[in-house]
Design a protein around this ligand. Structure first.
Ligand SMILES: NC(=O)c1ccc[n+]([C@@H]2O[C@H](COP(=O)([O-])OP(=O)(O)OC[C@H]3O[C@@H](n4cnc5c(N)ncnc54)[C@H](OP(=O)(O)O)[C@@H]3O)[C@@H](O)[C@H]2O)c1
Length: 319
């Protein structure tokens, strides 16, 4: 089948593209620059020129494919319009669209770093006032769910904190705090958390959903739970820096409000009964702390240090 991965140069999309390739799909990736074209070609993914900012042109491009995977990072406000345009161009019975969402849609605020016991399975009602980003992304998810009634096979994948291969949104920010302040910082009590899953498991489930999922379904992925203080302590071991608690204002000063509100000052806890039962999935990777202490994160840190570099990361794309 012909599959187009939008976001195939990214952390998550690059692994998904390899997963579809490994199952024999003719796999393409959207490229908005010469550099992206080169990255895709080197990874065995066929580049297709296009930019999500030029949707009118993209409509003709997506019409050529059987499967579309959306794993790009655009501001939440724009994401809804992008998905609407893609659906208009792509909806046809028998085609499939896999959308990478996130557990942020069920996050609850935790500005003091306290844990709470709310956790959501795929089809659970959400009993709290909506956080801003949750509201916007749920609207986008609904567009996709509704499209399933017109015959398009849509699947919504909600990963929590994704880790592995030295990537992630959150974990590099702890390294970044060590670089900037000489201490590994966490918020408040540091007892709040995201559920977590390895990036390769996200790719596995994205394919399983396409292969045998129920159109219109939401699938959660969870390999375990570790609070942010434990992550900070593991990063402290690797960097040799002590850990330090910040209050909310200090955290915003260090990392910026958009990231703190979305990635840190929340509990984002999910369960994955539907994914495990319907898709027959169990996580292949479960130990994020070991991967920080002795695995991909330590290797990346040591390599960067040996070259006199620092591991920097900034994340603003979702706005
Ligand atoms: N990483 C996580 O921990 C995590 C957790 C839960 C959910 N998610 C979700 O997973 C999705 C992907 O996240 P990620 O971490 O893989 O992001 P990422 O590494 O930043 O990759 C983003 C991708 O989007 C592409 N992109 C952005 N703007 C584009 C445009 N205008 N036209 C074409 N392509 C564009 C980028 O292409 P270029 O190479 O051209 O920049 C890149 O391939 C996001 O929706 C995110 O919310 C991620």
């Amino acid at each position: 089948m012909k599959t187009l991965v939008i976001g195939a140069t990214g952390y998550v999309g690059s692994r998904i593209a390899q997963e579809f390739r490994s199952h024999g799909h003719e796999t393409y990736g959207l490229a908005r620059s010469q550099k992206s074209k080169e990255v895709l070609s080197a990874a065995g993914v066929i580049p297709v020129e296009g930019d999500l900012a030029e949707l009118a042109k993209l409509a003709a491009t997506v019409d050529d494919f059987d499967v579309l995977v959306f794993a790009a990072t655009v501001p939440f406000e724009d994401e809804k319009d992008v998905i609407q345009e893609l659906l208009t161009a792509f909806t046809r019975p028998g085609r499939s669209l896999v959308f990478i969402s996130g557990s942020g849609v069920v996050s609850t605020a935790a500005r003091d770093g306290a844990w709470n016991d709310y956790t959501a399975a795929e089809d659970d009602p959400f009993p709290f006032p909506a956080l801003r980003n949750r509201k916007i992304r749920i609207t986008t998810e609904r567009l996709l769910t509704d499209a399933a009634s017109e015959g398009l096979r849509t699947f919504i994948i909600r990963p929590p904190l994704i880790w592995g291969r030295a990537g992630s949104i959150q974990i590099p920010q702890f390294f970044e705090s060590a670089r900037k302040t000489g201490t590994v910082c966490y918020l408040g009590q540091g007892l709040n958390l995201y559920s977590h899953v390895h990036v390769d498991d996200v790719a596995t489930v994205s394919y399983l959903a396409f292969e045998k999922g129920t159109p219109g379904a939401v699938y959660h992925l969870v390999a375990g739970e570790v609070n942010f203080r434990a992550i900070a302590e593991a990063v402290g071991e690797v960097t040799g820096c002590p850990t330090r608690s910040l209050d909310y204002d200090q955290a915003v000063e260090l990392w910026g409000a958009p990231w703190v509100d979305l990635g840190l000052a929340v509990n984002s806890r999910i369960r994955s009964p539907r994914t495990r039962t319907e898709l027959g999935w169990t996580p292949a990777h479960v130990d994020v702390i070991e991967d920080i202490r002795h695995g991909s994160y330590k290797d990346a840190y040591d390599t960067a240090k040996a070259h006199g570099e620092v591991q920097g990361y900034s994340w603003a794309a979702h706005g």
